[in-house]
Ligand binder design. Structure first.
Ligand code: F6P
Length: 218
């Protein structure tokens, strides 16, 4: 009876040059994705509203009436906040949370994969061999397992709430949330394909979870 929408932020200036981590703002294209996302979600809400009214009028409501609010959660980083800039705070319950931040890459923050391989070849290899367990060195450096751990309270909250929800986050967090919601084995998670400008809609149904994927093309 409710939908969970999930996406990465729009393209950032760091995405354009292949740098990981950091707190870069969106590129013009990334901003256009955000604008399109807000129109798309608004349209989906209107459609749901139309179906609810029709069900109420014809007495055919199969599901309990949904709450009208749509929660929008982003990380604390500039690129996710900018992605929801076009969402009207009067219409959406917008929250920014640290839980949803991207994996923190410690000494590798701000580097490209090529630079990491050149500067820290042993680290690069260790991560390649076991991405799930590998923790980036340096203060606050995280592994996938660390991120799974910090997402636990958020997953409990997500299970508890009944309203529709849009989560705008980052590659690692999206992989973790999607594999949880879709029941994908965690050994596959670190290499799951989750591209930019792609929106996932996850809906729990009596016969299992239905996932739809929408790819934005300009
Ligand atoms: O490049 C974008 C990004 O979100 C980085 O900030 C992050 O370190 C990386 O993707 C995570 O992907 P992977 O675990 O495949 O390196």
């Amino acid at each position: 009876p409710r939908s969970i929408w999930l996406t990465r932020h729009g393209e950032s200036l760091d995405n354009l040059v292949g740098k990981i981590g950091g707190d870069a703002p969106l590129s013009p294209k990334g901003k256009r994705y955000g604008a399109c996302l807000s129109r798309f979600i608004k349209f989906q809400r209107q459609e749901n509203e139309r179906i609810r009214t029709l069900e109420a009028e014809t007495g055919t409501a199969m599901t309990p009436q949904k709450e009208k609010t749509v929660a929008v959660w982003t990380s604390m980083l500039t690129r996710t906040k900018e992605t929801v800039e076009e969402f009207d705070p009067k219409e959406y319950d917008i929250k920014h949370m640290r839980f949803l931040n991207e994996i923190y890459a410690g000494i590798c923050e701000g580097l490209s994969y090529t630079e990491i391989e050149r500067r820290y070849p042993k680290e690069f290899e260790a991560r390649r061999i076991n991405k799930l367990f590998y923790r980036y060195p340096g203060m606050g450096g995280e592994s996938y397992l660390d991120v799974i751990q910090r997402l636990n309270p958020l997953i409990i909250e997500l299970e508890r709430m009944t309203s529709d929800l849009l989560i705008v986050t980052h590659r690692v967090v999206l992989r973790i949330l999607l594999s949880y919601l879709m029941d994908i084995d965690r050994s596959k998670m670190p290499n799951m394909e989750v591209q930019l400008h792609t929106l996932y809609c996850v809906e729990p149904k009596p016969h299992g979870t239905v996932v739809r994927r929408f790819k934005w093309c300009e």
